[in-house]
Design a protein around this ligand. Sequence first.
Ligand SMILES: [Zn+2]
Length: 337
Amino acid sequence: MDSQERLRRRKEFDASLVYGTRKFNLLTGRDEHIGYREKHDNQWTNPKTGIIDEKFVERRRCPLCNADNFETIFVKCGFPHVRCKVCGLVYVNPILNKEEYEKLWSAEDSWESVLEAQDQIKMQTLEAQYSLDIATLYVAKKKDISICDVGCGPGTLLGEAKRRGYSVFGIEPNTRCHKHLAAKGIEYTAEFFPLSKNIGKQFDCIFLLNTLEHLRQPLKIVSEVAKLLKPSGIIYISVPCIDALVNRIMHEKAGVFAGHSHIQFFSIKTLSALLEKTGFEVLEYETIISEIGVIKNYLSFQDPYFGEHTDVLEFLTPELIYENHLARNVNMAARLR
Ligand SMILES: [Zn+2]
């Protein structure tokens, strides 16, 4: 796929460009989700300290380099977001302890409603097709490809992979997703990753889409993924990029930050380092979802997510954002050495 084709395909699922930001956010019920979050996001904060209460807390070292040397860049909803002074990873510290965290994730409902909206599914299906096309460029064989998706949600990517004749397996603890997986005939486990027992399978390609930013030990997670891959297997990761233009401009006001949900924020540099450390060779990366409408709303003193689309700052184009790796998520493909 040449660069023009990649650009065209990325624009097709960049909802800001397809619908306009406000319209897409209303169509997919993000207004209700944000309302829900405003009610619940501060539930762990001790009002006296403005930081999450000691009874919910787990402190941690840098999940990438294990240093304990950081500076706080901001606090949101009681969660300090810090940057490691050694490797540069941005992570939340302290985070919610394991018990609170698993309770939260097994029952998460509000975001799942967004994911079930028709227009959301339409965009995510186009994105999934694109991710499959890119990742499978690196899978040597073209038949009998086996795919696993860690944190597969309702199975958007695996459904597409199954239609292509690939054998598929999903890992998803959220109970609300299971009926969708069953309806699509996708084999899955409800366990949290890493899995406690051997599933007796190995895959040609494993996807971690919007998953690694949620999980408490990203190094361990990717090491465990390596064990589930066949020799020279491919890992394909999509995570929010800390260096995205939307984050550089809005800082803690950017929707990606909340503290209880996304607990580390990679850049191209730190994600590459994580893959190198776990035995992978990085093959390629690019960024997706420009967030151009959000940025333009914010820079026009409007509500970033629900402002009316404003045709201002014409120099800010999706091309400029993609070409400089400044879009919301970084997608990276790597091969097991
Ligand atoms: Zn570090």
